[in-house]
Design a binder for this molecule. Structure first.
Ligand SMILES: [Zn+2]
Length: 240
């Protein structure tokens, strides 16, 4: 009999992807996260058949059932990417509990990166979820985890203070500082060097990419997506 776990992870991941896309849309706009989804164009409430991840969008060919306004392709993309990530976690990690923890981490990081890229802030709820997942029992020695959180957090605060004092600009927002402390909880103090190298390189690539695409507005880029990508890479690749 084939292992049902990857299929279970794929379906759960698609649902979490749908939730992530909805939260990233609602939270920064101050829309309640509990109410039923509605078409932002005509306001029609969406029925359960319109809320099936990926399938609803494909069957309706990316349009609202009521007013035919195009629905952003970002939704199926986020749902599909999350489902794929969860499936890979199930296939590649021998322990299902570790697979589930890393799947949830990846989903929380995707949410944070999406919100920071568009709105330039990191919602506390997402950062808190990343921190709590790091502290789940049996993952890492608690002392290692806490000293990592402290080291990462203090370093980020120090950089924020130094740059603010000498260059009179904000290099790291407070959300970045909190996310770095949460990353420290995941990686422990010895995870700091690879994390710094990866997030630095990702940040530089992001700036260069925007510049080459002629979309550099000159007021800096949000650092959250680079931090999210670096943390996920350090957790997945045993370099730390
Ligand atoms: Zn509509």
């Amino acid at each position: 009999m084939t292992d049902p776990l990857p299929l279970f992870f794929a379906l759960t991941g698609a649902c979490f992807g749908s939730l992530t896309a909805a939260m990233a849309w609602r939270l920064p706009r101050g829309i309640t996260v509990w109410g039923r989804s509605a078409c932002p164009s005509c306001g029609h409430g969406l029925a359960p058949r319109d809320l099936v991840p990926l399938l609803s969008w494909l069957l309706l060919r990316g349009r609202c059932r009521h007013c035919a306004t195009p629905v952003s392709g970002a939704y199926p993309l986020i749902e599909g990417a999350t489902a794929l990530f969860w499936t890979l976690c199930a296939l590649l990690m021998s322990d299902p509990v570790a697979g589930l923890t890393v799947s949830l981490l990846g989903t929380a990081l995707l949410f944070l990166a999406l919100v920071d890229a568009r709105w330039r802030y990191l919602p506390d709820a997402g950062v808190l979820l990343v921190a709590l997942l790091a502290l789940l029992p049996g993952r890492m020695d608690l002392i290692d985890s806490l000293s990592g959180g402290l080291a990462f957090g203090l370093l980020a605060l120090g950089v924020r203070w130094l740059v603010g004092r000498h260059l009179r600009r904000e290099a790291l927002g407070l959300g970045d500082v909190k996310l770095m402390a949460a990353a420290g909880l995941w990686l422990g103090p010895f995870g700091l060097p690879p994390f710094l190298i990866l997030s630095g390189l990702t940040g530089i690539a992001q700036v260069l990419g925007l510049r080459m695409a002629g979309r550099d507005t000159g007021d800096g880029v949000p650092f959250g997506p680079a931090l999210c990508l670096a943390l996920l890479a350090c957790v997945l690749l045993p370099v730390a």
